[in-house]
Design a binder for this molecule. Structure first.
Ligand SMILES: [Zn+2]
Length: 816
């Protein structure tokens, strides 16, 4: 659906916050009367200084509005806003409306599980969708307690932020919640599979769709164990108990983000319930996500940023604390090495683009543009900087400041200046000498990373600050030095533009363990030496660091694609902790292979087959190698053989079956009937997503026309299916898709009439013609950015154009 509404501006939010104090919300929802819409009656009690303001409301229709007993004409509602004139003192506003169920992962999302026809509903108010569920003053600093009353079909379970229970069949009553910001109010309703536990006085629960209940059961103990370990550690570190009562973790379908930290009722994307076999990397990712959302219960939920320009107070802290606590108290002690593969490049690349921003005080002026800052800078870079800060301040001061911050602003809102003041006070109290001002200015308030490189001729480390964001930062980090066949580690501090490093070395890898924040570029001799040396490296952290440095070099056209292929062929990045299908492999096959000398894909395929033959059957390395082999395959007979008889130690589950089918489809070896039959045999949600991707990847005009209808919104699919279609669209011979490059730019603006928010921007990115590495495509991308686009779409296209420009630079520097 499209919500033609005005994004809330910061000055409007500030004016409304100074006018109003919200006493409470009473929300009555009727979820059982229609599949398209639901009834929503909201009573808001608030105190005002008196005067005009507006209410946020995005309904299908309005039945009745009254303010202090006087009715208001619903026709005055425009662009999601209802102007109201408040009395000085207490006010009561009642809105009776019909709201839309949505299928784009925002608002109250409703989906039907194709496996069994059951319908499920969940709320995602973040970041401006609350007014599609209930009438509200939708901004983070107008917190209030909520009391929910829900009627639902009799076989449903309903869970909310506060504890609740079924008082009669289909009627659910909830306790009054703690003060909540509108963006983290939620509701999860449906015939969910529920599992209960308890820890330290906190009732715990998990839920999933019924069709994946067995898979949730299988991992429930692991999930509960991580949750308990993290609660204990957060309680120890913060000294403030979890304040929201129950802690429910709901795995929900078609969720856009990884998870959402709604107090008391966290929602996770349900591919995190593993229905097929996964590698350790995916388990680590799930564990850090669990810990990240728990950290948010303090950083974000207990104390909330006053405005979105401080979203780092949420995300950077949750990311840092989530990774740290996972590594320190759960079975996943290698979480940091995994994060190095998973998130480091996300942050470093975002920080080098034209769209970069500072970690703190990102300057977001309205709610929609703020959404674009939920990026690698707010997460990955913010986490890295906080890790440095904790190391510099020491844990005692770091946490004393955080605790002071929580106590001062408990159930309220705060800004970065509040937190800096708490840290300053804590440092003074402890007698710790640390120049917090300089640190925050250089690392949190200045955008862009320095570039570090080793010059073997001059025996110096060069440091270059980004030209658009000048800075003078010192870096303390470890370097891995290869001398002969022996690796050693050296501690280095770089505080000028050239720092001597006198070592006998055939390779120097700077900052492989992510000690500092910089783009570390390997020199030519190191790249050559890595071809023989990397296969012998068994240190996960060093291997991850090497790949990060190669990717940093790639991003800056500072490494020859042929050299990257040589290294990958010798030492394919299939690690058990590396979630190969989602990280390094897509980069190798999607970005490097197309610009490398002919035959690169075949060489990587042979390397994957060799790896597959040498690793232990049944191991996760075997699974990673097998996926890499499938991804790079083009032989119908081999793919058919695997479909019938997988290698010993592998069982063909849904995920693997569809990986193979997708490859067959992409190469023209599987037709629509075969794909449809495979789906009909196992009609799961995941299978439908794979099916839609595979249908679009078939190399014929009909498949591309179908894919295009998904992009334009003519064919209406749920959000994950749209992404799968977009990622598959440009596969196949260029003559099939070349005509669509121009059409992409011509038809992109109109997609805002069919979609909004998250899925609008994601679709724009997924369908971008990133394989068309030409000056013409770059010019077209730059031209479309100048149009009046949705800010989310503009940001994705701008970043995709930046990628294109970098690919062009590689083509020019290293002609294949
Ligand atoms: Zn988060």
């Amino acid at each position: 659906m499209s919500t033609q509404s005005l994004p809330l501006r910061r000055d409007e939010a500030a004016a409304r916050a100074s006018l109003l104090k919200i006493e409470d919300y009473d929300v009555r929802l009727d979820l059982g009367s229609s599949e398209e819409t639901f009834g929503s009656v909201t009573t808001i009690r608030f105190t005002s200084r008196g005067g005009p303001t507006f209410l946020d409301l995005k309904p299908v229709s309005v039945e009745r509005i009254s303010l202090n007993g006087a009715s208001i004409d619903p026709a005055t509602l425009a662009k999601g806003r209802l102007p109201i004139s408040t009395d000085e003192g207490p006010n009561e506003l009642v809105v009776e409306a019909t709201m839309p169920f949505r299928n784009d992962g925002e608002g109250l999302h409703r989906s039907v599980d194709p496996a069994d026809g059951r319908a499920y509903v969940y709320g995602m108010c973040f970041m401006d969708a609350a007014p599609t569920i209930f009438a509200c003053f939708d901004q983070p600093d107008l917190k209030a307690p909520y009391t929910f009353h829900v009627s639902a079909p009799h076989d449903w379970t309903v869970i909310g932020n506060a504890p609740g229970s079924q008082t009669s069949p289909g009627t659910w009553e909830f306790e009054r919640s703690q003060p909540l910001s509108t963006y983290f109010v939620t509701l999860v309703a449906g015939p969910w599979h529920m599992i209960h536990d308890e820890h330290d006085g906190i009732p715990l629960s998990l839920s999933s769709r019924q069709s994946i209940a067995a898979d949730l059961d299988k991992d429930a103990e692991e999930l509960f164990t991580i949750t308990k370990q993290c609660f204990d550690e957060f309680h120890r570190l913060f000294g403030i108990r979890y304040p929201f009562g129950n802690y429910h973790q709901a795995f929900v379908p078609e969720f856009n983000a990884g998870a959402m930290e709604n107090p008391g009722c966290v929602t996770f994307r349900d591919p995190l319930v593993f229905t097929s076999r996964v590698t350790r990397g995916m388990r680590i990712q799930r564990a850090t996500t669990v810990a990240h959302e728990m950290a948010h219960q303090w950083f974000g939920d207990l104390v909330t940023p006053q405005w979105w320009d401080d979203l780092w107070l949420n995300e950077s802290f949750a990311e840092y604390m989530g990774n740290r606590v996972t590594a320190e108290v759960t079975e996943y002690a290698d979480a940091w090495a995994d994060m190095s593969y998973a998130r480091r490049q996300w942050g470093l690349t975002a920080d080098q683009r034209g769209s970069t921003h500072s970690v703190a005080g990102n300057g977001a002026e309205d709610a929609v543009s703020a959404l674009q800052n939920f990026d690698g800078i707010s997460y990955s870079k913010g986490s890295a900087i906080l890790r440095q800060l904790a190391a510099s301040l020491g844990d005692d001061v770091f946490f004393a400041g955080a605790i002071d911050h929580f106590n001062r602003h408990r159930f309220g809102n705060a800004t970065m200046h509040d937190l800096f003041a708490s840290w300053d006070a804590a440092a003074a109290e402890a007698g710790v000498e640390f120049d917090l001002d300089t640190f925050t200015t250089q690392w949190l308030l200045t955008a862009g990373p320095d570039t570090l490189s080793w010059d073997p001729a001059k025996m110096v480390v060069n440091r270059t600050a980004p030209s658009r964001h000048p800075a003078d930062r010192s870096h303390t980090f470890r370097a891995a030095i290869l001398n002969g066949t022996r690796w050693t580690t050296e501690d280095i501090t770089v505080s000028g533009d050239q720092t001597p490093l006198q070592v006998a070395a055939n390779a120097v890898v700077l900052d492989p363990y992510d000690d500092t924040w910089a783009s570390a570029i390997p020199d030519w001799e190191t790249v050559q030496a890595l071809k023989a040396a990397l296969p012998e490296v068994t240190d996960d952290g060093l291997r991850a660091g090497v790949w990060n440095n190669l990717r940093s070099a790639w991003f800056n056209a500072a490494v020859d694609p042929a050299d990257v292929i040589d290294i990958a062929e010798a030492s394919l990045p299939v690690e058990d902790l590396e979630d190969t299908p989602r990280r390094t492999m897509p980069w190798l096959f999607g970005s490097v292979v197309p610009l490398a000398p002919a035959g690169a894909r075949e060489r990587l395929h042979e390397a994957a087959l060799r790896k597959l033959a040498e690793v232990a059957p049944g191991s996760e390395l075997q699974l990673s190698s097998y996926r890499a082999a499938i991804r790079s395959a083009s032989s119908e007979s081999l793919l058919r053989e695997w479909l019938a008889t997988p290698p010993a130690g592998i069982e063909t589950d849904l995920d693997l079956r569809w990986r193979i089918l997708a490859k067959l489809a992409e190469n023209g070896f599987a037709d629509r009937a075969e794909l449809q039959a495979a789906y009909d045999a196992e009609p799961a949600n995941e299978a439908r997503i794979h099916l839609n991707g595979a249908l679009v990847s078939i190399p014929d005009a009909e498949a591309k026309a179908y894919g295009w209808s998904v992009f334009t919104g003519e064919t209406d699919l749920p959000n994950y299916d749209i992404l799968a279609a977009g990622r598959a669209f440009w596969a196949g011979p260029a003559e099939l898709t070349s005509g669509y490059v121009e059409r992409y730019f011509a038809e992109l603006p109109a997609t805002a009439e069919k979609r909004s928010g998250w899925s609008l921007a994601e679709a724009a990115e997924a369908f971008f013609p990133s394989g068309s590495v030409t000056e013409e495509t770059l010019a077209a991308a730059r031209a479309v950015i100048e149009l009046d686009l949705d800010p989310g779409v503009r940001r994705r296209v701008a970043d995709a154009a930046d990628n294109l420009q970098r690919q062009l630079a590689i083509k020019v520097t290293y002609p294949a």
